[in-house]
Ligand binder design. Sequence first.
Ligand SMILES: [Zn+2]
Ligand SMILES: [Zn+2]
Length: 330
Amino acid sequence: MGKRMMRAVVMKEFGGPENLRLEEVPAPEPGSLREREVLIRVKAVGVCYHDLINRLGNLPRTRLPSILGHEIAGAVVAVGSGVPALRPGDRVATIQRVHCGRCDLCKRGRSTLCKEGVFFGEEIPGGYAEYVVSEEQGLARVPDGIPDEEACICACTIGTALHVVRGRGGVQLDETVLITGASGGVGLHTIQVCRLIGARILAVTSSPRKADRLKEAGADEVIVAPELKFAEAARRLTGGRGVDVALEITGALTFDQAIRSLAPAGRLIVVGNLETRPVSFMPGLVILKELEIRGSFATTTPELSESFRLVGEKKVRPAVSRLMPLADAA
Ligand SMILES: [Zn+2]
Ligand SMILES: [Zn+2]
């Protein structure tokens, strides 16, 4: 008998979307699962801007051929010998990057920094496929009532938002937060999480037609900046003071303006890097205002579980823009 096959969208070369092709490839075998591994039948997978960056060849750890997709929801098919907590049929979703769960950083709750961490679509095959394998520490249970197509995006949107807003950003009630790239997936959910915490939100977009959507998501003010010059508006909207926190979801294009938007002692949290190119800024501003620049990477399994709780309690709404079959991934 031949190997069990599955349909998967395989990327053999970097470049345009035509490099994502639906193929039959060997499926992961239940019998060959390692101790902590879980075989999952994929029910829904999110399409993320990260996938586009990966497809273009801008992520150094990706080995070809690769199967993209790190926003995965599905049902457990089989588990390795060391996974007593999960059984076939259980609904689960993955975080983007699976940590080891055993190193010092993982034990200190900084699992996103785990040196052994592996990202779906980079070091390990992702979820643009019928089946995927994840170690159990990268999985959270999906509660009843949250459909797969919503569950799959929660890690990368709401989980990432919790990690950046509350974790790395330490956003407090009554602080003013500026969000660049606010109309993207992370942005729309970051607005909702800031709203829950009680911060005042200034959302930046380059497109006037996205302003309504940002207001709907909960932004107090929308700064429409077609040229991405928004620092002056941010200072004006804060009585000349500047914002307490700038959440940089875009990267190079908006970095300098985000720094210039900050109040003294403000914090810039860098979470998005759409163009993956270097930035320049005035060190004098950082020195004289005693600014802090912090990074925020991905999300943790507890944050994914918490995202599901917030969705279940209708405190945050996952924003799914479009559904399509696997064959149309490209
Ligand atoms: Zn993502
Ligand atoms: Zn670790």
